[in-house]
Write a protein that binds this ligand. Structure first.
Ligand code: AP5
Ligand code: MG
Length: 223
């Protein structure tokens, strides 16, 4: 798609807001990398790397991984060649220090963020989504038993991998995640609003409608 590769977009939203679902479709459309810190941490944890050992207890309990660890992972990822002409950040930044460091990194690279999309969803709906979510253990695709079921129960439409429930989608960890993220997300909304970058998206619409709203918002990024 001509000219759209210079998108440097952030998806903000509470756990279960639909960041991963929408990011998968949008990054495929625009051929930009989908940089999702949660996915990177889960992959490291599953592969038992040093990073995985370091972050596992945070992931499973729903607490945030410390800023220094998270920032160094994202910094290294943004320096990879495929991120040079655009990217979509899903789940990063999540704290003010992360946002400020991201600004510094990108201004050093001469590639500032172009848009920040905030997917707004109320708490009771987030709970419905998180408790019914199933994810592919092969490719990480996200489904919902009611709202977005796979064609064949328990099997990923995209890669045929088995669907499982994330450990942090258990009620106790869900409560921790919502608590950890609520105020921080509001702070980031204000931070990016102040920079004139924030676009609010009604994330409670059906998946296809949210996608259309995002596409419309991103049209302005085609430079
Ligand atoms: P992460 O993996 O990013 O989890 P999260 O922020 O809690 O977000 P989710 O992935 O749960 O939700 P989502 O918005 O992607 O929703 P989805 O599209 O899947 O992070 C996990 C952990 O990693 C953190 O807790 C922390 O420990 C660590 N971490 C990650 N980033 C970090 C950072 N920057 N700093 C520190 N620590 C970090 O959708 C959810 C469900 O709803 C699915 O079932 C889906 O099918 C369904 N759905 C989606 N859209 C709709 C819709 N419109 N209508 C109905 N159903 C829908
Ligand atoms: Mg996600």
């Amino acid at each position: 798609m001509k000219g759209l590769c210079s998108m440097r977009v952030i998806f903000l939203g509470l756990p279960g807001a639909g960041k991963g679902t929408q990011a998968a479709a949008i990054t495929e459309d625009f051929k930009i990398p989908h940089i999702a810190t949660g996915d990177m941490f889960r992959a490291a944890s599953a592969a038992n790397t040093a990073l995985g050992e370091q972050v596992r207890k945070y992931l499973e309990s729903g607490l945030l991984v410390p800023d220094d660890v998270t920032i160094s992972v994202v910094k290294a990822r943004l320096q990879q060649a495929d991120a040079a002409s655009g990217f979509l950040l899903d789940g990063f930044p999540r704290t003010k220090p992360q946002a400020q460091t991201l600004d510094e990194i990108l201004s050093e690279l001469g590639r500032p963020v172009t848009q920040v999309l905030y997917l707004e969803v109320r708490r009771d709906e987030l709970l419905r989504r998180l408790t019914g979510r199933r994810v592919c253990s092969g490719c990480g695709a996200s489904y919902h038993v009611v709202f977005n079921p796979p064609r064949l129960e328990g099997v990923c439409d995209r890669c045929g991998g088995p669907l499982t429930q994330r450990k942090d989608d258990q009620p106790e960890a869900v409560a921790v995640r919502l608590k950890e993220n609520f105020e921080r997300t509001q702070d980031l909304v204000k931070f990016y609003e102040g920079k004139g970058l924030l676009i609010r998206i009604d994330g409670e619409q059906p998946i296809g409608h949210v996608y259309d709203a995002i596409r419309q918002a991103l049209r302005g990024a085609s430079v």
